[in-house]
Design a protein around this ligand. Structure first.
Ligand SMILES: [Zn+2]
Length: 468
């Protein structure tokens, strides 16, 4: 069958398929997902504990025990402290390039004294699972491992290989994924990637209202601005002063706004997000999306998130100057952090900053090189099933493509030319985000629903013969 027709047929057949395994597999699957999540939470994989190898090994053992050949399950990393898991679920021979499934094993450090429960104990209470990493990102790692085991038990043979990667330092350096891309491209190479660590669902008054799919991320660039001066005694001030020159430049920067420029993802974001907004904002979002209307852009840019989605931003984040209360400053320095649109070259952003500073005495230098991250195209063969399944499972939720303003492991994968889609699938209120914070938790219902969503999604995508 033509791949596109096959896909349409699969989607049409979905309610029956979903119903069938929901009945036969429901309780078993949930028990397995819970058990794996518990095991992961109770291995402290914060950077200070450095136990990602243990977590990777534990997941490797489960996969091998389920019948995935040991040769297809690798634990590896650029350092003993940072070990990732890469596992291959073999599909039919001669299939298309694999689909890469991503999560990370490491978590942000949590201090026991800040929490109501032990962050490294798995606690179920009042319909929630508590523990460091429950949302970021051990729920994702647990569901991917559980689903591989379920596929194996059922004897599912995909049309192409599925590759699971659980990385060891997403929260700190991102070196694990960068190293895998560079040194073991063959192991993780894929036609496209699905990331559990981005995108997510929004609940309002207990109802699912939005399901976001991360298809792009902004690019990070930090600049250092520096002014030098001969200095002198503060009792003999001169007009040429390092602090004044730097602050005058920063004043100009403060009022500069980079131009509004939408891409495929952010245009779709404003168009789709409008559905869950009050009338006035919704009208502006539609106007902006349809015609990049300047008035709508300026009204929406009052909201920091919308502002950041529609343009490159550069903001002063640190300031340092002078060496004594009674001396003229010999140096004044500022750090400016930029979040660039994916297709905004760093050179041109830097050139704009110099032009806006309008003072050749302010030296501008880059602190590190940006990792470019091209936006992933909203491919019909990937977005179609993602949307269709989300609509069936959470009927009231608008499916919203998004460009995140921060970065994930997806950055390096996109940089390697593998389109990446963040499909977290966990629903929560946006005013109660606990990732990286205290008392991190995931609702029992949302965790198992997301796991089931991923089970169906990957199965559906892996049943299509080749790219349309
Ligand atoms: Zn994360």
């Amino acid at each position: 069958m033509h791949p596109l027709r096959r896909l349409v047929a699969l989607i049409a057949a979905l309610p029956a398929a979903v119903g069938a395994h929901a009945l036969s597999q429901g309780a078993d699957a949930r028990a397995l997902e819970r058990e794996i999540l518990k095991q992961l939470i109770e291995i402290n994989t914060s950077d200070s504990a450095g136990r990602t190898a243990e977590a990777a090994q534990a997941m490797a053992q489960r996969l091998i025990a389920a019948g995935i050949p040991a040769a297809d399950v690798r634990v590896l990393g650029y350092a003993p402290r940072y070990q990732s898991l890469v596992a291959r679920y073999r599909g039919k021979r001669g299939g298309a390039k694999p689909i890469l499934l991503m999560a990370h094993l490491d978590v942000v450090d949590a201090r026991k004294e800040d929490w109501s429960t032990d962050p490294y104990a798995f606690v179920e209470k009042d319909g929630w699972y508590y523990g460091r990493g429950t949302t970021d990102n051990k729920a994702g790692a647990a569901m991917l491992v559980a689903n591989f085991i379920r596929y194996r038990r059922e004897g599912f043979v995909p049309e192409r290989d599925l590759v699971l990667v659980l990385t060891a330092d997403e929260e700190t350096s991102g070196n694990s994924i960068a190293w895998l891309v560079k040194e073991h491209r063959d192991l993780i190479d894929a036609e496209y990637a699905l990331n559990t660590d981005a995108g997510g669902g929004e609940l309002r008054d207990g109802k699912a209202i939005a399901f976001s799919v991360q298809a792009a991320e902004k690019v990070y660039l930090t600049l250092q601005l520096e002014v030098h001066n001969k200095g002198g005694h503060s009792s003999l001030p001169e007009p040429d002063n390092a602090i004044y020159r730097l602050s005058a430049g920063l004043g100009r920067l403060a009022t500069h706004a980079f131009p509004v420029r939408l891409n495929e993802t952010t245009r779709a974001f404003f168009q789709r997000a409008a559905a869950s907004q009050p009338a006035k904002i919704a009208a502006d979002m539609r106007l902006l999306s349809a015609s990049s209307d300047a008035g709508a852009a300026s009204r929406l840019s009052v909201v920091p998130y919308y502002n950041s989605v529609m343009r490159t931003t550069c903001v002063a984040t640190r300031l340092f100057a002078g060496h004594a209360d009674n001396a003229l400053p010999q140096v004044a320095r500022a750090t400016v952090n930029c979040r660039m649109l994916p297709d905004d070259p760093a050179d041109s952003v830097e050139a704009v900053i110099r032009r806006v500073l309008a003072d050749s005495a302010v030296h501008v230098a880059r602190m590190g090189q940006p990792v470019p991250s091209p936006a992933s195209p909203l491919r019909r063969d990937v977005m179609g099933p993602i949307e269709e399944l989300a609509r069936r499972k959470w009927p009231g939720a608008a499916v919203v493509p998004e460009m995140s303003t921060g970065a994930t492991d997806g950055l390096h994968v996109r940089n390697a030319g593998i389109p990446t889609y963040g499909v977290g699938g966990l629903f929560d209120r946006i005013d109660d985000v606990r990732a990286h914070g205290r008392d991190e938790r995931v609702s029992v219902k949302s965790f198992h629903e997301a796991a089931e969503y991923w089970y169906d999604l990957v199965k559906m995508l892996a049943s299509v013969k080749a790219r349309v």
